[in-house]
Design a protein around this ligand. Structure first.
Ligand code: GDP
Ligand code: MG
Length: 176
């Protein structure tokens, strides 16, 4: 049976970005403090929830996760519907995942609506000695679209909480 919720607000957030960039691990790190080394492809759509406090209010965030590829337009629509925020994720070790950002960014903008808050996330910071994408280039990409950029590691937990909290605070300011 579902726990009774005392949340003041419920925010739907979606994760997007190429497959393998670390979306599912960012989600499990944030909601359960778990990380898994083996890549398990996300089947269909999954979501996890977590309650966070902002300004003394309890916000229940429902975070949706899906596989980056093999998706159908039909689930794309439902996936983004009513999303108030999106984490658009790339892998700082893999340039193509950065080059594909427009596809994800445009998909969010087209399906979640113009008011959806977006944060750009460069993941796998723990491996920065072999990075392929410069922080500066990612920062410029984000600045040009008036969104924030943050670098994370789902593996060692660096900035994962901050990435989600920055987005949640953004949504709160925008909608609540
Ligand atoms: P998704 O396809 O975007 O959901 O990516 P996954 O979360 O399944 O991660 C893909 C692979 O990258 C897995 O082998 C993870 O263990 C690995 N991975 C995810 N996040 C990190 C990270 O921050 N650092 C490192 N080194 N590996 C990561
Ligand atoms: Mg996944």
């Amino acid at each position: 049976m579902a726990e009774p919720s005392t949340a003041d607000y419920i925010f739907k957030i979606v994760l997007t970005g190429d497959s393998g960039v670390g979306k599912s691990n960012l989600l499990s790190r944030f909601t359960r403090n778990e990380f898994s080394l083996e890549s398990r492809s996300t089947i269909g759509v999954e979501f996890s929830t977590k309650e966070v406090q902002v300004d003394g209010k309890t916000i229940k965030v429902q975070i949706w996760d899906t596989a980056g590829q093999e998706r159908f337009m039909a689930i794309t629509k439902a996936y983004y519907r009513n999303a108030l925020g999106a984490l658009v994720v790339f892998d700082i070790l893999k340039a193509p995942t950065f080059q594909n950002l427009d596809q994800w960014y445009n998909e969010v903008r087209a399906n979640a609506g113009i008011d959806c808050c977006i944060i750009l996330v460069g993941n796998k910071l723990d491996q920065r000695h072999i990075r392929a994408v410069l922080s500066e280039d990612a920062k410029n990409y984000a600045d040009a679209r008036n969104i924030q950029y943050i670098e994370t590691s789902a593996l060692d937990a660096t900035n994962v909480e901050q990435a989600f909290r920055t987005l949640i605070a953004d949504i709160y300011r925008h909608w609540a």
